[in-house]
Design a protein around this ligand. Sequence first.
Ligand SMILES: [Zn+2]
Length: 82
Amino acid sequence: MYRYRCEQCRTTSPPVRTMREVETERTRHRRRVHAGHIPDGEEIQTHTPPPRPGQPTRPIHYVAYAALVVALALIIGARFLA
Ligand SMILES: [Zn+2]
């Protein structure tokens, strides 16, 4: 995901999926607001959407979930073997 940021206007575009789309947004902004000039401080940002609730955000979370699954498997397996 990409966003176009114009520091002169202090605005950021909604996120788009491709570099081509964000470049189109940049060109449109330059033409509409800055008469085709390149505003100082503009940038294309890589936008990472915030994680959904419950979504693991760090590798350690995946390790913790895997350890939990292994522990449950061992507990359940021990009950059947006993
Ligand atoms: Zn601007």
